[in-house]
Design a protein around this ligand. Structure first.
Ligand SMILES: [Zn+2]
Length: 246
């Protein structure tokens, strides 16, 4: 293959040598692409602006015997405000790293790409609370990966739990669990389960509508973090970063 154009978001990088950088790109049509951006850290490099975390653009890639190199990029969006706010930067980093943990090479994933793109946009350009956007991202991410938590039925006995007074949440069991089933979960409020149900009904372009009270955030984030740990393993880099945040 000579050169190829692909729209992608920079979801990770590693510096090497003096001026080079290895980029991880998430392309909607090609999945994960690990590629070299040579000399991109030189102030005069034409790749300087694109070889940055979270940048969205049309990348021109050159592939030669399994090695991919970035030739150029038409930058569409830098999401620059993410680099000026620690909470927003950390939240965006968790979201991109979670994507890196699940996307395969040559595997198109337009739904996950759209989710990431919208959450980065809201993080960068709206006043939305980063934790609310993170919770919305995590729920849709888990759903997308086939780990949607059970919220209206007990994850173990499958009984409708919407009128139960006492409920638990077990990431290992796969969501909400009734008081009658054995589980290793934590108590969960009906309000938290209802909030999760409603967030899952939103489209990607509506996720900035999520506005949660602080106690609800504090309740939901550890449950969703645990669900990601069950899905990806405790040693996953993104899970460890998420653990620090929640
Ligand atoms: Zn049950």
């Amino acid at each position: 293959m000579p050169t190829e154009l692909t729209e992608a978001i920079v979801t990770g990088y590693t510096d090497y040598r003096d001026d080079d950088r290895m980029l991880t790109l998430f392309s909607a049509t090609r999945g994960r692409i690990d590629c070299k951006a040579r000399n991109c850290r030189k102030p005069t490099s034409k790749l300087l602006s694109c070889a940055q975390p979270f940048v969205f653009g049309e990348f021109e890639l050159f592939e030669n015997s399994d090695r991919v190199t970035v030739n150029g990029c038409d930058v569409r969006e830098t999401f620059y405000p993410l680099r000026e706010d620690v909470d927003r930067f950390m939240t965006a980093s968790v979201c991109t790293q979670l994507c890196n943990s699940v996307i395969g090479q040559d595997a198109s994933d337009e739904a996950l790409f759209s989710l990431l793109y919208h959450v980065l946009s809201f993080l960068a350009y709206t006043e939305s609370e980063p934790k609310d956007l993170l919770i919305a991202f995590l729920l849709h991410f888990l759903d997308h990966a086939g780990y949607r938590p059970s919220l209206t039925r007990c994850a173990i006995c499958r009984r409708d739990i919407r009128s139960d007074a006492v409920l638990f949440f077990s990431a290992e069991a796969g969501g909400a669990v009734c008081a009658g089933c054995p589980h290793g979960g934590k108590p969960v409020s009906k309000l938290a389960l209802e909030a999760m149900r409603r967030i899952l009904l939103l489209n990607d372009d509506e996720l900035n509508r999520v506005v949660l009270k602080e106690d609800l955030r504090a309740e939901m984030l550890p449950l969703l973090t645990k669900s990601c740990a069950v899905m990806l393993g405790e040693n996953d880099k993104a899970v460890q970063l998420l653990d620090q945040m929640s």
